[in-house]
Design a protein around this ligand. Structure first.
Ligand SMILES: [Mn+2]
Length: 422
């Protein structure tokens, strides 16, 4: 039986579905004296650093001015050839300095003062239509420096990060394609919880294109990466590339909201993104799928030079592009006309060769957001419900929480739990 047939047999409380009501999000209560409260905030308890409610202390305009002109500082950091700190220089964020053009290889940009409160301000007021900010976009220098700071963090990560939550209460949640559907990304954090020390998120590629809020999603994910570098990981998808994001909407969106310099900086950041995460030495997570030779080691994945476009063939390309197939056990044609598809024997052989339990990947629309295939050795997670506004599919997330998973007719693994949402 297929996933779609099986999932309908799961009792409702197991295949549980929370309905995310967007009308409750970001509702701002404006008092007569002009101060405000966020009734449902995004990522923080609506308090200033001193612990006082914003509404008691500051008018909205002052909060925005405080962050954008004072609190956030753009710093150029200079390191020596071994990466050790040498010195730093504050760049004034108010002026339109072309700082990124002047960066040498031993220099990078950091945004200081970026915290959860700023993220909430950005999401609730700047990015929200009818938010109280005078603009729906970030000031250009802030936008540039967020991308540059995040890129610097990505560049220093390996192609594949190893995570382990076997001996902790930490949940690791895998999110599949979200494709510019910002409302759903906010919904994911509302429903399943914030990024925190206890809750690590893996965004498994294809967060841009198709939907029209790719810039907002990228800035949110990059800001979270800056604030919680060890609690959110972002794998590159096939859409985080120059060709795809030029054709499928992200370029047009970026030019409309910002400019071509920003688009180029986004491309540089995409070329810095890692390719995989391996959890508990059991689960390998990548956007697309496996390579043609199942006797490819994890060390070979670590050796790929990923700081470029993925090309049309080879390991780098395959990790971002391939799909599983049930039509053949071995290798089959690609339904995308690019590369190949891989059958069950490839998956089995790869898992055995690398002593892994399952492959977790995204990249394909699934009616229920989740699919178990290849004798349940391979899981597809797709997290854009009602994809493109008309597919009518659910979205799903997959939690990795050792011995606290939820087994059912579909999920055979006590360390995993999937949840679906619309
Ligand atoms: Mn994809």
């Amino acid at each position: 039986m297929t996933t779609d047939q099986l999932i309908t047999q799961i009792p409702k409380e197991l295949c549980y579905k929370k309905i995310f009501n967007n009308s409750n999000l970001n509702k701002v209560l404006v008092h007569d004296d002009g101060t405000y409260e966020c009734e449902t905030d995004f990522l923080h308890p609506n308090e200033t650093e001193k612990g006082k409610k914003i509404s008691e202390e500051l008018e909205w305009g002052i909060v925005e001015k405080y962050y954008l002109e004072e609190k956030l500082q753009i710093i150029k950091v200079v390191s020596d050839s071994k990466g050790n700190f040498v010195n730093e220089e504050i760049i004034n964020s108010n002026t339109e300095t072309a700082f990124e053009e002047n960066l040498n290889a031993n220099e990078h940009i950091e945004v200081r003062g970026l915290n959860e409160e700023f993220i909430s301000l950005m999401v609730n007021e700047i990015f929200r239509p009818y938010g109280r900010s005078s603009s729906n976009t970030l000031p250009l220098n802030i936008a540039k420096s967020i991308i540059l700071h995040a890129s610097h963090i990505f560049k220093n990560e390996p192609n594949m990060t190893h995570l382990n939550n076997e001996h902790s209460n930490q949940t690791i949640t895998v999110i599949g394609d979200v494709h510019g559907q910002f409302k759903n990304v906010k919904g994911i954090f509302h429903i399943f919880g914030k990024v925190s020390q206890e809750h690590v998120y893996i965004f498994n590629g294809d967060f841009v294109d198709r939907g029209i809020y790719s810039c907002e999603i990228t800035f949110l994910l990059y800001c979270l990466k800056i604030v919680f570098p060890k609690n959110i990981f972002i794998n590159r998808g096939n859409h985080e590339s120059l060709i795809m994001s030029t054709v499928y909407g992200f370029k047009r969106e970026t030019l409309r909201k910002y400019n071509n310099t920003l688009f180029e900086l986004f491309q540089d950041s995409f070329q810095s993104l890692p390719l995989c995460v391996c959890v508990n030495n059991d689960y390998l997570i990548m956007h697309g799928g496996l390579m043609s030779n199942p006797e490819t080691s994890l060390d070979e994945i670590l050796e790929v030079n990923r700081f470029s476009e993925p090309g049309n063939v080879g390991l780098f390309h395959d990790l971002l592009w391939t799909d599983p197939t049930d039509e053949t056990d071995d290798l089959g044609p690609s339904k995308r006309g690019l590369g190949f598809s891989f059958g069950k024997s490839i998956t089995s052989a790869f898992l055995k060769f690398n002593n892994l339990k399952k492959i977790i990947r995204s990249h394909e629309l699934k009616e229920h957001g989740i699919d178990y295939s290849h004798d349940k050795q391979l899981i597809t997670v797709f997290s854009a419900p009602n994809y493109c506004g008309f597919h009518g599919n659910k979205g799903a997330v997959l939690h990795i929480k050792p011995n606290k998973g939820v087994k059912n007719i579909l999920n055979d693994d006590a360390n995993l739990e999937f949840e679906t949402f619309i």
